[in-house]
Design a protein around this ligand. Structure first.
Ligand code: PMT
Length: 239
């Protein structure tokens, strides 16, 4: 029991009934999960990215698998090991992540978009390494495709849709707005102005924002937070 990274004594009676062993516990859903950062190329050796380690998304994939569900994990570059038994699609850019999600979403009945996708990318990717010249360099950026915003209206996804919201202020209010605009069933909101949670940390503290109520999950490891999120997504599906 002690070796299972997803064992959580107060969480799942199914885990307890199973003697606390990791393994398939009868989950019947197919989860599509995005994770990690994207890289938006400037030239052959440089890119724009962010501080996402991928831990939250990989924890979600591991938790869903632990609960017995099938999982497709679409991830930007990270240094993490892919959880056992998970179908894995590595990508680099926002466009590649968009294409992978578009192609795979038909196989999913729940999607959790946890990736920290770049909102902007360079308009032009230089073929050769940009040479140092002048005191300033101006780079023109354009919007990347909005994956979460495409799920319902462009990809026609009708399953359970969970988005994340990485905010530094008005966390709950912005998450409510995102929930409505992106037609999600739930938004997992985290305060990324804090260094002890969110980006590149082992723990998180989140607010689960529903259309009619919110639920606060106190600070805990990303593995434990992930188990709660998977349980909530499962309940939405079976409501
Ligand atoms: O990877 P870790 O180090 O463990 O850190 C975890 C995390 C902080 C990255 C994670 O908890 C988190 O907050 N993920 C969402 C990060 C983000 O980009 O949030 P956002 O508020 O900018 O985006 C809102 C939603 O739209 C997200 O579901 C995002 O995946 C999605 N999005 C954003 C831009 C885009 N072009 N397409 C998208 O689908």
């Amino acid at each position: 029991m002690g070796n299972c990274p997803y064992f959580y004594s107060n969480f799942s009676t199914r885990v307890l009934q199973n003697g606390g062993q990791c393994g398939r516990l009868g989950g019947d859903m197919k989860f599509l999960i995005t994770a990690g950062p994207t890289r938006e190329a400037l030239d052959p050796v440089r890119y724009l990215t962010n501080r996402s380690s991928g831990r939250m998304g990989y924890a979600l994939a591991g938790a869903a698998r632990h609960e017995g569900h099938e999982v497709i994990l679409i991830s930007g570059p990270t240094t993490l090991d892919v959880p056992a038994g998970v179908d894995f699609i590595p990508v680099e850019s926002a466009q590649q992540m968009y294409d992978a999600v578009r192609d795979m979403v038909k196989y999913a009945d729940a999607a959790i978009l946890c990736a920290a996708v770049a909102d902007y990318r360079p308009v032009a990717v230089q073929e050769q390494k940009i040479k140092k010249s002048g005191e300033r360099l101006v780079i023109e950026l354009e919007k990347t495709p909005d994956i979460l915003g495409s799920m319902r209206d462009v990809f026609g996804f009708t399953g359970t849709l969970v988005g994340f919201a990485a905010e530094t202020q008005n966390v709950e209010e912005y998450a409510q707005d995102k929930l409505r605009r992106k037609k999600c069933d739930m938004i997992v909101a985290n305060d990324v102005s804090r260094h002890d949670i969110g980006f590149d940390s082992r723990e998180n503290e989140v607010t689960l924002v529903y259309p009619d109520h919110v639920e606060y999950l106190e600070k805990d490891t990303k593995e434990h937070i992930a188990l709660h999120i998977i349980e909530h997504a499962t309940l939405i599906r079976h409501a």
